[in-house]
Design a protein around this ligand. Sequence first.
Ligand code: AMP
Length: 360
Amino acid sequence: MSPLRPGAVIGILGGGQLGRMLASAAAQLGFDVLIYSPEDDPPAGRLAAGAFQADWDDAAALSEFAEACDVITLEFENVPVASVEIIERAGKSVLPGAKSLSVSQDRLTEKTFLNDHGIPTAPFREINQLDDIVLALEALGGYGVLKTRRDGYDGKGQAWVRLGHGGIKEAWTALGERPCILEGAIAFDCEISVLVARSINGATMSWAPPRNSHEYGILARSTVPSGLSKTVEDEARAKAMHLAEALGHVGVLALEFFVLPDGTLLANEFAPRVHNSGHWTPEACQTGQFEQHIRCVAGWPLGDTRRLFDAEMINLIGDAGLVDPATLKLNDILTLYGKREARPGRKMGHITRRLGPRKD
Ligand code: AMP
């Protein structure tokens, strides 16, 4: 693909805040963005040049969308692979591509793929029926987390279970008796993630890994530097780059890790897209994740991912997103997603703080 020229149209599947920030970065590089989303009035649609509202299985709308775009990307990892195939049949590329999507959409396929490519994860077992849970718990140390194979996010579709305690049947029912995996509980020291970008020509670059803390299963804060040794950080970055290569991924992806007290890295999951734990990159690095992703799908060379500042990113969730501008600190860099309604657990915006020039 020859590099896109200014005025070209980039389509984005999904209309949430990630699409909104991608659309903003694309506009800065001179592109027009069209959003495709089943949602009415999605946050990204109001910032883009145009928006299609249609379901994921609407073949006519997908073909029309493909027709209107030069290249298409996504901000939502659960876009059905069948929708991507419709677009591809209409003659347009979807980047990152069906492989990254299909692997990441199913936790069993994802964890198997990671292990097969030399990226260790927590031990896990496939769960298809209630009886499998006890057998898996016996094999995995008696305590673990049941996760639906598909459609889980932000701690949803998960339930902790312990051998010898009640609640196993309840957990199975609460998750809808759907195909699951059971993961052994990991006593980690901290969690980090690596954001990596891979260009159309196969060049990869990663950013410094942030340390991430979660509240109620939702990312609350990301901080750089992580405080981990360079050896551990470099290993995490190498693993993420290896994953992007193994998938033939084009664009940004995020690989999350548990870090054990001895520095061992266990991958948790990856997102085949820009990621909440990278929201500090535009303010703290030479090139941020949104611009980098657009560069990748436009067939441009990668920008420099060098980190210039120590920084933290704090998510504004639920009512915290109803920011009173008078309470902002002088160095708060605020991004709000334009969501018209705050609901518990809903990501409304984030604040990035530069904590001074990079010191490490
Ligand atoms: P996930 O949706 O898989 O990213 O899980 C959400 C959060 O739950 C993670 O960021 C961890 O804090 C926690 N968690 C998930 N899986 C495990 C595990 N196997 N052991 C310990 N904590 C976990």
